[in-house]
Design a protein around this ligand. Sequence first.
Ligand code: SF4
Length: 171
Amino acid sequence: MSNDRLEETPESGKIDTSKLSSCSFEVGAIRPPSEGGSHSLLIRATRNCSWNRCGFCYGMVYNREKFQLRTVDEIKADIDAVKMVSDELSAISWKLGYGGAVNAEVGHAVMGSDPSLNGNHCFVMVFNWLYFGGKTAFLQDANTLIMPTGQLLEVVGGLKTASDDIPFLAK
Ligand code: SF4
């Protein structure tokens, strides 16, 4: 991967994090316990719960808001945002001599240049996903399998294509 896109602010030597700080995409409210240890990437393919009738929940975790499908284009735009962060972090890693790996040193360099990234939950999630090997992804919210099969396959295909293009991830 080319690293020539990475700019340093001349007067300070800090990394230009403007692209990273622009990272923004939808993330649902719930990370299932099974998706925590692996730091799964969360992609919000649908919104809220299509059922809302479990006796211990009644969809309260989603404020009982109405279930919604998202369009494939919307979801793919979010995947593109994930890919942008991955590419930027890889470029920074190359620049720092870490060969594209997203490691603690890359994290320190990026956060040191722009501490506000700590509060960007999209950036933090993608960073953690990559830091822990980018192994798994979870399609939020409560019942994404309700999507029309063709659309679901398009989303999964888009996600696979994006992750296949991240060189340092184990395939
Ligand atoms: S979010 Fe899950 S637990 Fe809650 S009502 Fe929907 S299906 Fe049941």
